[in-house]
Write a protein that binds this ligand. Structure first.
Ligand code: ZN
Length: 419
């Protein structure tokens, strides 16, 4: 790992330039024979084929540091074993929904479960039709900040259920909730405290299941949450979550590999203790970095053992601000992630590319997506545009079928149909 941009080799002035150049060369050596033989490389072989071969090594944007042509790359991936269900995304804005749909078409994504902002949900539904299903999600823009995750959320849950037929309620319970909750957070931040229980009871009454964001990357606990009296240790966040898993027996999807892709033994224990717990693969940067930190065979063993308990999700966030330089929303840092339609396409397609390349192929190289956590933690070792290893797991196709579709159907869609 390192700077990883072949461009940096010419000047050789960046930190670790030699290592970066070597890595860049390794990447090129790995791909060049393949791209030269592109015609004779069978597509859809499931072995990685020519995935990554369109990269010219020229940095385009933070979602495309290798200069990939994501539209062409989609055709180099194996054909998915079935149309894919993305169980975790945030589609906001009609224009960006159309850009997402183009990426989704190319990457074989048939349906998406979206935590759209409440005020955007109607427009997104008009744009995507039956292709989108909604997950109830707090209205972060609510004028009464104290109420966002408390009383106001009860009302929002009911409206998502009635107006948008949502069958899943999302609880956002990252460590930073203590900063966002406003007022005394004691009635909220412990996962089985007053308001969470009230919301879960309402969801149960309305026939809804759960999705939860618990904890955050290890990197954030090391760099941002150093005040442990305030943010607690990562493991501390799981005790009350486990109590809720026992208390409310419907299915729970713990997003972002349960918040602990860094520790697969811990996730083994969680899944062993709770039959109603499922995970999703969403948060591409975090999940690629964390899974790439394990030997590939350990990760393959994990997905094999927990077949039927892990769902495919991307955590793609779309917004119309991604299509323009002038931002309507100056609060969200996500507004700045793209400023043209081409950049927005790269932003959305890169997540599908990275996840599918990781899960389906033997890709051996760096992720095309900048991972700022590397530089944040080790600025002497990683440049600002560095990215981690992307582990090509080459999961068998019958397992991919479960991950991409069957588990979402048997858990989420069967649950919704039974209500
Ligand atoms: Zn999300």
């Amino acid at each position: 790992m390192g700077e990883g941009e072949p461009r940096a080799c010419a000047g050789a002035v960046v930190r670790e330039a030699v290592g970066a150049c070597l890595l860049g060369l390794l990447r090129l050596v790995y791909h060049r024979p393949m791209s030269e033989n592109r015609e004779s490389t069978p597509r859809g072989s499931g072995l990685g084929g020519t995935v990554g071969s369109t990269g010219d090594g020229v940095f385009r944007n933070d979602a495309n540091r290798l200069g990939l042509d994501y539209a062409t790359e989609a055709g180099l991936l194996p054909k998915p074993p079935a149309p894919i269900i993305d169980i975790h995304a945030h589609i906001n804005g009609r224009a960006s929904a159309r850009v997402w749909a183009r990426a989704a078409d190319l990457y074989g994504i048939e349906r998406v479960y979206s935590m759209s902002r409440f005020q955007d949900a109607e427009g997104v539904r008009e744009e995507l039709g039956d292709r989108v299903r909604f997950i109830a999600f707090p209205d972060w823009s609510h004028a009464d900040k104290e109420s966002v995750h408390r009383g106001a959320y009860l009302d929002i849950i009911r409206q998502y259920r009635e107006r948008f037929d949502a069958s899943v309620v999302k609880f956002w319970s990252g460590p930073a909730l203590v900063d966002h909750a406003a007022g005394d957070p004691a009635d909220l931040v412990e996962f089985d405290s007053h308001w969470r229980v009230k919301q879960a009871e309402l969801a149960t009454e309305l026939g809804m299941m759960f999705m939860v964001h618990i904890a955050d990357p290890d990197t954030w606990f090391r760099a941002k949450y150093t005040d442990t009296a305030r943010y607690r240790l990562k493991r501390d966040h799981y005790a009350s979550f486990e109590r809720m898993l026992d208390r409310f027996s419907q299915p729970w999807i713990a997003a972002h590999m349960g918040g602990s892709a860094e520790d697969l033994d811990f996730l083994d224990g969680l899944l062993e203790r709770h039959d109603n717990l499922y995970l999703d693969t969403s948060a591409t940067k975090w999940v690629v970095r964390a899974l790439g930190g394990h030997p590939n065979d350990r990760v393959v063993r994990f997905f094999t053992r927990w077949r039927g308990r892990v769902l495919f999700g991307s955590d793609i966030v779309t917004m119309d601000d991604h299509l323009r330089a002038e931002k309507a929303n100056t609060i969200s840092i996500k507004s700045e992630q793209a400023s043209t339609e081409a950049e927005a396409f790269d932003l959305y397609a890169s997540r599908y590319w990275a996840l599918r390349a990781m899960l389906e192929t033997e890709y051996a190289g760096e992720s095309p997506v900048v991972d700022p956590d590397l530089h944040m933690l080790e600025p002497d070792r990683f440049g600002e545009k560095a990215a981690p290893r992307l582990p090509g797991l080459a999961l068998p196709r019958d397992l991919l079928l479960d991950l991409y579709r069957t588990t979402a159907e048997s858990v989420v869609e069967a649950f919704a149909a039974a209500r």
